[in-house]
Design a protein around this ligand. Structure first.
Ligand code: GDP
Length: 445
């Protein structure tokens, strides 16, 4: 996500760091470099102009000239302004006073609407809602079936036209879905609508008709972030055609540049509400402008990492680990394996590491870390006897050879794992003094 932009901006700041006081020439040069970086990221020109002028104005002001570290202060300003163009506060869904809350999705074909409908339904369900997915894309072949599959995966009911009963009339389907939601006590209705490859008046009219018929609390415009600035033109067309309350960016996982994300809010005046970052149902979250800015500037996204950890680790496991650390009890290979499996559950290791500060610089290496490596380590530990796991010191040459044979790796790999384990154990012992693991839920800092 946003790798290219992130690399460009961090290198601008690296150049700046060596400077004590900033001259007018330094500020101009920095502003120029940021401008180029944004244009290369495919950010809309009016947005770039506005952004640069704000940066320059603030960089010339007292907050920088009087700062202890002027370069750091410039980074802070850029961070503030990035947060501002990404929308400032996180905008959450508004729920209707009387159920059901209707959420209507609009966007071009292929934007990721149907996938998103499933993700949103799953997310709402996790938040304690009882959503109903409604198939009103009756144009794209298989769209209804695709939504049914999504609903099944998300464990959410899907309302679709019965064959022969109102087939081909998405407005009627949308309307009757609300009665169904009331009957079956769904508190949210998510309406998936038809898209076209390009903006066209018929599609727009259908969206307007559905909007009128269902009076949604939220109309969400769904757009593929990978199309860059084109997203802005499409957004404008939907704004004029049907109108919307918020934007959902999809395929951010494939978006190295960030042009759509950085332009769409300023141009449409509507907040980005959700971000979709992959094909799986879980690859989806609220859009947090501050965290996104932090990622772009490679300041890490620790908050998201912690939330992900909290969602994945069950409390018992975490408490057990924290208790172990606090009591100074020894950290065994069994714990090592437990921890590794917990991390493995959180998702691809590259994604996780990418959220840590400064990791942008090491992207190359991070991308080379393979989840399979973790699985190999797990296989090695599983080939050990319980006694070996509890007392790894006993793992001598002949035991190593046996473990290697059992797990299908080389003896060298077993040795390097044991060495790494002793290092981890040492670290754990050092931390057991009551410091806890920073950011680990359930442990003291
Ligand atoms: P629709 O025509 O707007 O309903 O689009 P679909 O939901 O059918 O999505 C089009 C394609 O994009 C599908 O192949 C999806 O799997 C894929 N897709 C959707 N969202 C994402 C995402 O966030 N990341 C990636 N990599 N692919 C996505």
């Amino acid at each position: 996500m946003f790798e290219n932009l992130s690399d460009r901006l961090t290198s601008v700041f690296t150049n700046l760091r060596s400077k004590g006081r900033l001259s007018e020439a330094d500020i101009n040069a920095t502003a120029r470099e940021i401008r180029v970086a944004l244009l290369e990221a495919d950010v809309a020109l009016p947005v770039v102009k506005e952004f640069i002028s704000r940066i320059k104005e603030r960089a010339r002001g007292a907050e920088v000239s009087q700062a202890l570290n002027p370069a750091q202060q410039v980074v802070k300003i850029v961070n503030d302004e990035l947060i501002a163009i990404l929308g400032g506060e996180t905008r959450r869904i508004r729920f209707a006073k009387t159920a059901p809350t209707v959420i209507m999705l609009a966007g071009l074909q292929g934007a990721g609407k149907t996938t998103l409908a499933g993700k949103l339904a799953r997310w709402l369900k996790e938040e304690g809602h009882t959503p109903l997915l409604v198939a009103c894309d009756l144009q794209r072949p298989n769209a209804v079936q695709q939504l049914q599959v999504m609903g099944e995966r998300a464990g959410v009911a899907v309302y679709a036209p019965e064959p022969g009963n109102g087939v081909g009339d998405p407005v009627r389907v949308a309307q009757s879905s609300i009665a169904e939601a009331k009957r079956a006590q769904h508190d949210v209705v998510i309406i998936d609508t038809a898209g076209r490859l390009g903006v066209d008046t018929e599609m727009m009219q259908q969206a307007v008709d559905i909007r009128r018929a269902t009076d949604p609390e939220e109309v969400l415009f769904v757009v593929d972030a990978m199309v860059g600035q084109d997203a802005v033109n499409t957004a404008q067309a939907f704004m004029d055609g049907v109108g919307f309350d918020g934007v959902v960016l999809t395929k951010l996982d494939g978006d190295a540049r960030g042009g759509a994300a950085l332009s769409v809010r300023e141009i449409t005046g509507k907040p980005i509400m959700f971000a979709s970052t992959g094909e799986k149902l879980e690859d989806f979250d609220l859009f947090h402008p501050d965290r996104m800015a932090g990622r772009i500037l490679d300041m890490g996204d620790i908050l998201t990492l912690i939330e992900q950890a909290q969602r994945t680790f069950d409390e018992e496991q975490t408490a057990k680990m924290a208790g172990k650390l606090a009591s100074g009890e020894d950290f065994t290979l069994e714990d090592f394996l437990d921890q590794m499996m917990m991390i493995r559950k959180m998702g691809p290791i590259g994604n996780l590491l990418g959220m840590l500060p400064g990791m942008g610089q090491m992207r190359q290496q991070v991308n080379q870390i393979d989840d399979k490596d973790l699985d190999r380590v797990a296989a090695i530990i599983r080939s050990m006897t319980p006694a070996e796991r509890a007392e790894p010191k006993m793992i001598n040459g002949s035991r190593r050879a046996r473990i290697a044979r059992g797990s299908g790796v080389t003896v060298g790999e077993v040795s390097s794992l044991v060495t790494r384990f002793f290092q981890a154990q040492k670290m754990m012992r050092a931390m057991a003094g009551g410091m806890g693991i920073p950011g680990m839920p359930g442990t003291r800092r």
